[in-house]
Design a protein around this ligand. Structure first.
Ligand SMILES: [Zn+2]
Length: 271
C-alpha cells in the first residue's frame, strides 16, 4: 500500500504538503501548545472552573491534557466540554458565568478559529503550490525541449520544425545512448569530446559529476544557422562597400598619375 503512495505523484504531494512546511507547522504547534498551557493554567488556578472537570484536572499536566484532548477536538473549543456537565447559572453564579463566557470565547477564537485554521491553511497552501508545480511540469514536458530547454513557440518563431527538433535534432534518447556509449568505452579509447563529457557527466575522483554544461542549453544549431545567414549577409554588405571605396580610390590615383605625366610631358616640350 505504501508503495502506491511512493509511485503516485498526487499521493506523494499530500505527504509533501505536511513534510515541506514542517518548520512553519512546528512553530504553529509550539504556539498552540503555549496557549493550551496558559488556558490549562487558568483552569487549574480557578477552583470554580476546576470543579467542572473534577479528577482530570488535579494536576497542571492533567489540566493541560484535558485541554489538549477535549479542547482541540470539540467544534466549539473547550467551552463544549466544560459546559457539557453543569453549566454555571447566570443568576446564581454570575461571576463564574462571566469568567467562563470570556474564557470559552477567547479559547474558541484563539485556538479553534485562528491557530487550527492556520495549520490547515499552511497544509492546503502547500498542497496547492505542489499541484501548480506538477501542472507546470506536465506543461513543460509538452512545450519545452528536454535537452536545450527552449520553448516550442520560440523554436517555431525561429523557423525550426518542433517535431523534427525533438525527434532528430535534440532527440533526448540519443543523448542517453551517447552517455551509455561513453560509459561503455574504456578510458583510454575515449576521444577528447567523450573525455570532456564523461568528466562533466560522471565526475572524476575530485569532481562530483552530474554537470549538464555539455548539453546545448538554451541553444540550437538550427536556430544558429538562421542567424548565421543573417551574419553572412552583413559581412557581404561590408565587403561590397569596401571594394567600392577601393575602386573609387584607384580611379582617383589613376587620374592623379595621368595629370602628373601630362605635366612632365609639357615641361619636357618647353625645354
Ligand atoms: Zn532543443
Amino acid at each position: 500500500m505504501l508503495d502506491i503512495i511512493v509511485q503516485e505523484e498526487t499521493c506523494r504531494n499530500i505527504v509533501y504538503a505536511i513534510y515541506y512546511p514542517r518548520d512553519q507547522l512546528k512553530w504553529t504547534f509550539i504556539l498552540t501548545f503555549t496557549f493550551l498551557y496558559i488556558f490549562g493554567f487558568v483552569i487549574f488556578e480557578l477552583s470554580d472552573f476546576r470543579s467542572v472537570v473534577e479528577d482530570e484536572c488535579d494536576t497542571l499536566l492533567g489540566c493541560f491534557l484535558v485541554l489538549f484532548n477535549q479542547g482541540l477536538r470539540m467544534g466549539g473549543g473547550i467551552g463544549d466540554y466544560l459546559g457539557g456537565g453543569d453549566p454555571p447559572s447566570i443568576t446564581e453564579e454570575h461571576a463564574t458565568w462571566m469568567r467562563r463566557t470570556f474564557f470559552d470565547l477567547f479559547f474558541f477564537l484563539v485556538v479553534t478559529v485562528i491557530l487550527l485554521n492556520v495549520v490547515f491553511g499552511i497544509i492546503i497552501d502547500t498542497f496547492g503550490d505542489l499541484r501548480d508545480q506538477k501542472k507546470d511540469k506536465e506543461e513543460n514536458k509538452v512545450t519545452m525541449c528536454f535537452i536545450c530547454g527552449l520553448e516550442q513557440r520560440d523554436l517555431k518563431a525561429g523557423g525550426v520544425n518542433w517535431q523534427k527538433h525533438i525527434k532528430e535534432q535534440h532527440h533526448m534518447w540519443n543523448y542517453i545512448y551517447y552517455l551509455m556509449h561513453i560509459r561503455a568505452t574504456p578510458l583510454d579509447e575515449r576521444n577528447g569530446v567523450e573525455t570532456y563529457v564523461a568528466r562533466l557527466a560522471f565526475g572524476t575522483a575530485d569532481e562530483a559529476g552530474g554537470d549538464i554544461d555539455w548539453l546545448p542549453l538554451d541553444q540550437c544549431l538550427a536556430l544558429r544557422e538562421d542567424s548565421g545567414d543573417a551574419d553572412e549577409e552583413d559581412v557581404l554588405g561590408d565587403l561590397r562597400a569596401a571594394v567600392a571605396a577601393l575602386a573609387a580610390q584607384t580611379r582617383d590615383l589613376q587620374e592623379q598619375v595621368a595629370e602628373i605625366s601630362e605635366r612632365q610631358a609639357e615641361a619636357a616640350a618647353a625645354r
